[in-house]
Design a protein around this ligand. Structure first.
Ligand code: ZN
Length: 230
């Protein structure tokens, strides 16, 4: 990957981490269209996306996505085999499956609470997801993974958050105080702050050098007086 491209990717990843709480390992929600494009581009999703995101990633899909690829039959047989390798996240349509695009749209919801990175070639699904703030969209373009530019709503929400400095509002502060009281109990008035006591004792024995033992001169043996036999 060219350095310029990697810089752009890192910048976008950092943006989502700083403004929308994304953390490693990133969770990629993948549909059949992405797998189909990856197969056509001879693109190994696990290996190449790990390089792209410079770390471990979780590849996920839903039951609805798998069922749709199964229904489409031979045309997307390869994509079906790929998508079946991923972990399946519960989507809530297990008893009544719905079209893959609608399912993924519901997984993103109105604020992408699970912080998914959506990997799809479905332009319509991309456009729907762009209306939700904080949904990174990944697709394959010219046989390479490509991050969608930040959507207008994503930029707007991030700017608003930066402006407010993520500080809790008045009501949120009251809520935090109440939560603290509920967990820790009321704080007694005039409770002095505890100071750290310095530990008494000698210097750290590990930091002290051992004294060199000087070789002591051995005492000379007294010469035994010879016994003189008479
Ligand atoms: Zn579903």
């Amino acid at each position: 990957m060219r350095i310029k491209r990697q810089k752009r990717v890192n910048k976008l990843i950092n943006f989502y981490c700083n403004n929308f709480g994304f953390r490693k390992p990133f969770q990629l929600l993948i549909d059949g269209t992405f797998c189909h494009a990856a197969l056509k581009s001879k693109f190994n999703i696990q290996d190449q996306l790990e390089k792209y995101f410079q770390g471990s990633i979780k590849l996920l899909t839903t039951q609805c996505v798998i069922l749709e690829t199964e229904k489409l039959g031979a045309a997307v047989y390869g994509a079906m085999l790929i998508v079946k390798q991923f972990a399946v996240h519960k989507c809530g349509h297990e008893s009544n499956p719905i079209p893959a695009a609608s399912c993924l749209e519901s997984m993103i919801g109105c604020d992408n609470p699970n912080r998914y990175i959506l990997a799809t070639q479905d332009r319509e699904l991309q456009m729907v997801s762009e209306r939700v703030a904080g949904v990174p969209i990944l697709f394959i373009y010219q046989k390479a993974p490509t991050f969608q530019e930040l959507s207008r709503i994503t930029k707007k929400v991030a700017e608003d958050r930066q402006r407010s400095g993520f500080m809790p509002t008045g009501d949120e502060k009251k809520g935090l105080k109440a939560m603290r009281r509920a967990i820790l109990g009321p704080r007694p008035p005039n409770l002095p702050f505890r100071k750290k006591k310095k530990k008494k004792g000698g210097p750290n024995p590990l930091s002290c050098k051992k004294k060199k033992v000087k070789p002591q001169p051995q005492p000379q043996r007294k010469k035994k007086s010879k016994q003189v036999s008479e």
